[in-house]
Design a protein around this ligand. Structure first.
Ligand SMILES: *Cc1c(COP(=O)(O)O)cnc(C)c1O
Ligand SMILES: [Zn+2]
Length: 390
């Protein structure tokens, strides 16, 4: 159903959900879609979804559509939650479950956010779309824009994985390849986007990519008997963490879950760890991380746009943030592939390495249940996978 309004996640200011909106016009923080959850609870019942469509739009009551025909979709969501005993033993977490987001269209969970954001932007009248990206978000935007019949502009670092740049091109997007990281790409891309009137779908600068990503938590609640003790998540811009945390709040209001939420274990690369640093230093906002460089390109986000939301969710959950080395990420790639036959994205491998560190440090204890987000397929990371081989 359509949200009743958009609400600023920092100052609470309300915004009209009936027009295209970016971030809060008063304080620039992200806007959250607020639905009539009492009405939603009457039809959206956890035990009662079996006959629904097998993609994330099965949770239509808490997504921004008025009718199914508005959906710009490619079958995103409803990814498998796989028991991964051998990998769990390797990481010190027996009973480990892997949520394999590589099964999404376009090869990563960016499809979730973009499907919902493009659907909303199209319905609200956007004529062209723009995103700065480390790679996967660009591929997803290019694909969903093509699906919607809208032109797309994607700004990428020059050294983004080659397969990602070519997939964007294949889908007809205009590419802006920029020296530096996603941060520099964003700055250059915004000027061009303004010139061509493209609506900006940057991470946490419009309300609906979070809505797509939040469905990961709805799926966990639907797929599992009980929510895990830990969610292990490789964090870049933070849409997934922020989205899932919002979903837990909604699911409590819907009567899907009691007040117990999983603890969040956020994993970053040592070479780009703004969230880990702020978490350790007890700060409420992240600071730009100097000289960011990691093979997990989706984690190369030196200045997450809404660090305060990430840190807030992390602390409310009683969770933790850990950084892993580049060598551990490559080791994680090998373990994933050899032990379970899943060729992961380096970001998913980073999460695995983080989990192993956390069990060794006694942070994640034996007997605690963990779900690890393997956030993308390794298919577009040929160079990195090759580097991981002995
Ligand atoms: C973007 C990306 C991430 C980081 O996700 P956020 O929710 O933006 O923090 C992790 N893994 C992969 C494969 C990505 O593409
Ligand atoms: Zn505000």
């Amino acid at each position: 159903m359509l949200p009743r309004r958009l609400e600023c996640s920092r100052c609470g200011l309300g915004h009209d959900a009936g027009t295209l909106q970016g971030s809060c016009e008063s304080c620039a923080a992200p806007l959250f879609a607020r639905y009539d959850l009492d009405a939603a609870a009457r039809t959206l019942r956890r035990g009662d979804l079996a006959g629904r469509r097998r993609d994330l739009w099965r949770y239509a009551e808490v997504l921004p559509i008025a009718a199914e025909r508005e959906i710009v979709g490619l079958g995103e969501g409803m990814t498998p939650c796989l028991p991964a005993g051998r990998l769990g033993a390797w990481a010190g977490a027996p009973g480990l479950l892997v949520k394999d987001e590589g099964a999404n269209p376009t090869g990563s969970f960016k499809a979730r956010g973009m499907a919902v954001a493009v659907t909303a932007a199209k319905r609200l009248g956007a004529r062209a779309l723009f995103v700065p990206s480390a790679g996967n978000a660009g591929v997803a935007l290019a694909a969903y824009a093509a699906r919607a019949g809208l032109p797309a502009l994607v700004a990428l670092p020059l050294d983004a994985p080659a397969a990602m740049t070519s997939d964007c091109r294949a889908c007809g997007a205009e590419i802006l390849a920029v020296e530096g990281t996603i941060r520099e790409a964003a700055a250059a891309g915004r000027a061009r986007a303004g010139a061509i009137g493209a609506f900006d779908l940057s991470t946490l600068r419009e309300p609906y990519r979070v809505e797509g990503k939040k469905t990961m938590a709805y799926e966990l609640a639907e797929q599992l008997e009980r929510l895990p003790d830990w969610i292990v998540y490789p964090c870049g811009g933070g849409t997934g963490v922020v989205g899932m945390w919002k979903a837990f709040e909604e699911m409590e209001a819907l009567g899907w879950t009691d007040g117990r939420r999983p603890k969040l274990l956020v994993v970053q690369s040592e070479r780009c760890a703004p969230v880990v640093r702020a978490f350790e230093e007890g700060k409420e906002e992240t600071e730009p991380f100097p000289e960011p460089e990691t093979c997990a390109s989706g984690l190369r986000v030196p200045a997450p746009p809404a660090g305060f939301l990430l840190l807030r969710a992390l602390r409310e959950s009683g969770g933790a943030a850990l950084a892993v080395s580049e060598a551990e990420i490559l080791e994680g790639i090998r373990a994933f592939a050899r032990l379970e036959g899943i060729v992961p994205s380096p970001e998913g491998a980073a999460a695995l390495a983080g989990l192993r560190r956390a069990t060794r440090a006694g942070l994640v204890r034996e007997g605690e249940a963990a779900v690890l987000f393997q956030t993308g397929s390794g298919a577009k990371y040929g160079e990195v996978i090759a580097r991981a081989l002995p």
